[in-house]
Design a protein. Structure first.
Length: 282
């Protein structure tokens, strides 16, 4: 019960060790605790102590991603509810992240070039990924559904959709244009927490996450499956098909190829392609 001003690196290190050894928390929880302490000293107490920068941050353990076999992906996608089926297929067919898919705009889908432009992805980067040929017709049908909601909003005089950064000030009418409308709009209206304006948002991520969890159970999959599992499977299956790792890196939007290299460890080749000596014993 001493004031934080009287404590230093030794006490902080001891507390982080206590979290790991006695509370058995994950490295991410340790990291969160350390970040909170750094904020307390630097921003609240306004104390600049040199030992704060010398503290060793907890290392997050390296985990191999969960990857589904092609047959498992097929079973999973067949089990997803119809209203979420296209999103699930798009996630697996393009390698997009969850929010990249939900935030997709009409103008970013190019049917002629069979490309999808992913804007403002992780790390504030844009990239281009493939549009699966089998999803062209389903996506065109989805755009017709979105168009009905778009016209309904325009007839009702509702504000346009949310625009990122300062675009709403720069182009005040862009949010009410068809090109900026969502590919997967929400069925109802909601209040924008940023501005307090009632407008139509994109479909909610929780609904898709719940649908994916339910589909995994219905498909009888024993692996821990999340929406992101489809992205891992996308990358791994491309490598299995013979595509070079630099191509996969660009499709995933990784800054460093070493991040993409993790998928070479989960290719469908058994234990690193090794044939067990047991299989030679009759």
């Amino acid at each position: 019960m001493r004031h934080p001003r009287e404590l230093g690196a030794r006490e902080v290190s001891a507390y982080l060790s206590y979290l790991a050894s006695e509370r058995d928390v994950a490295a991410a929880t340790q990291q969160q605790a350390l970040s909170a302490l750094l904020f307390l000293y630097k921003q609240v107490l306004e104390i600049e102590l040199p030992w704060l920068d010398d503290l060793v941050r907890p290392k997050k353990p390296a985990r191999l991603p969960t990857v589904l076999h092609v047959d498992e992906v097929a079973r999973l996608l067949d089990a997803i509810r119809p209203e979420h089926a296209l999103m699930g297929r798009l996630l697996y067919g393009t390698g997009m992240r969850l929010m990249e898919c939900l935030r997709l705009r009409i103008k970013d889908v190019d049917f002629l070039r069979r490309e999808i432009l992913v804007r403002d992805g992780k790390g504030a980067k844009d990239r281009v990924t493939v549009l699966p040929l089998s999803l062209i017709e389903p996506l065109q049908r989805q755009l017709k559904v979105a168009r009905v909601l778009f016209e309904r909003d325009r007839d009702a005089g509702l504000p346009g959709v949310y625009l990122p950064h300062a675009l709403e000030r720069k182009y005040p009418d862009a949010g009410a244009s068809w090109g900026w409308f969502w590919v997967f709009p929400a069925a109802g209206l909601s209040v924008d927490p940023r501005s307090g304006i009632e407008r139509r948002h994109h479909a909610h991520e929780k609904a898709l996450q719940r649908a994916m969890k339910l589909a995994a159970g219905m498909a009888g999959l024993s692996k821990p499956v999340s929406v992101h599992t489809l992205r891992h499977s996308f990358a791994t299956h491309l490598l299995e098909s013979g595509y070079d790792i630099r191509t996969v890196q660009e499709l995933l939007g990784h800054s460093d190829v070493s991040t993409t290299m993790i998928y070479t460890h989960v290719l469908n080749r058994g234990g690193r392609g090794v044939v067990s000596p047991l299989d030679a014993v009759r």
